[in-house]
Design a binder for this molecule. Structure first.
Ligand code: G3I
Length: 333
């Protein structure tokens, strides 16, 4: 009798601990859907932030370094690379069976002063860009094989504009300009890591994706045979709602161009469960939607400031209703 009780208790304990260690990452195969969050190396390294680490590793199978792979961090002086912060995240990912989304290889923002103030010619800019893409991607391909599976090769090229990269656009037409710049970057990225997924990442695509200049850009790149595997929908939502059908229509329109679609930086002011539900369920109903990533995971650390509360965990790492929405969608689809 005592033996049975002990056995029962052990089983109960075992089941409870199994349940406790289940995270969002456990409900879908990573090939169907990567479930991720942006993270910061400084917090991963902070000895008093163990809940940050355990939550991140338990819940997610993909991390996007929030700032550590931007030019300012990786090439602070010309051709002198610094991977120390991003390597902290790659090491964490390796240890916890996670993959990394490399963010990003080209953007009009967060660039080092030597680059923004250098007044380089188009020819010089092209070789600076090709060198950067090659060195950064080669570091991760060789030092962390199989970890950085996906790269945001170009970020916000249409909506934020090309900034310092404008001379490589060789046109005043926004789409042509973006096409010329993206072509150089994507070709350099394919040469540096032929097996990585190469993405264009952009905001404001979710409501009416097929009407955007990014849609025109992707369409032209695919027609021209430029290497491009995926389009990232950032999905930063503030006021107003995005319906599930808007998400589905926009994701599907891009998918029909022959690319995967990823939701890459999701957050929503006050984390309304309906907004989380619309996005995740839309993604799960589009076969080419292969990643759902939030921009951070705890309201303690969000680029939107402490008043926005846009993420699935509160400041104390408690699960919020938005978390349950994600879990239910992932578990039932
Ligand atoms: O690390 C420095 C620190 O040394 C310095 O003392 C401090 C003073 O301001 O700045 C710190 O750097 C800040 C960095 O975040 C790290 O916290 C930068 O000023 C700040 O501009 C930077 O903001 C980031 C922003 O991109 C610009 O790169 C946000 O954290 C990051 O969430 C945000 O992420 C972007 C995506 O890359 C692209 N899509 C939109 C998204 C939100 O804006």
């Amino acid at each position: 009798m005592l033996g049975r009780i002990l056995f029962g208790l052990t089983l109960l304990f075992f089941t409870a601990s199994l349940f406790a260690s289940t995270g969002l990452r456990d409900y879908q195969s990573p090939n169907r859907l990567a479930v991720g969050a942006a993270a910061r190396s400084s917090i991963i390294s902070n000895s008093s932030e163990s809940l940050y680490r355990t939550t991140l590793a338990r819940e997610y199978n993909m991390i996007t370094p929030e700032n550590e792979l931007k030019w300012k961090a990786t090439e602070p002086a010309q051709n002198k690379f610094n991977f120390s912060s991003a390597d902290v995240i790659a090491t964490f990912a390796l240890k916890n069976g996670m993959k990394i989304r490399g963010h990003n290889l080209l953007w009009g923002l967060s660039n080092p002063t030597w680059l923004t103030q250098g007044q380089y010619s188009a020819t010089q800019l092209q070789s600076i860009m090709e060198n950067h893409i090659s060195k950064v991607m080669t570091h991760y391909r060789t030092q962390f094989p199989g970890i950085v599976t996906t790269w945001d090769v170009v970020n916000e090229l249409i909506n934020a504009g090309p900034g310092i990269w404008t001379p490589l656009g060789k046109s005043t037409d926004k789409v042509t300009q973006a096409f010329n710049i993206a072509s150089i970057a994507l070709k350099a990225a394919r040469a540096a890591d032929p097996s990585a997924k190469l993405c264009i990442n952009e905001y404001s695509l979710e409501r009416n994706g097929s009407a955007t200049n990014t849609y025109k850009l992707v369409s032209r790149l695919k027609k021209a045979g430029i290497p491009l595997d995926c389009v990232g929908f950032q999905g930063h939502l503030s006021t107003g709602s995005v319906t599930k059908s808007q998400w589905i229509a926009s994701l599907t329109a891009f998918a029909k161009l022959g690319v995967e679609v990823h939701i890459t930086e999701f957050d929503a002011t006050n984390a309304p469960p309906a907004q989380y539900s619309n996005a995740i369920n839309a993604c799960l109903s589009v076969p080419q939607c292969k990643a759902f990533i939030t921009w951070g995971f705890t309201d303690k650390y969000t680029w939107r400031g402490t008043a926005a509360h846009p993420l699935p965990f509160d400041e104390k790492y408690n699960k919020k209703p938005a978390y349950d929405t994600l879990k239910n969608a992932l578990a039932t689809n």
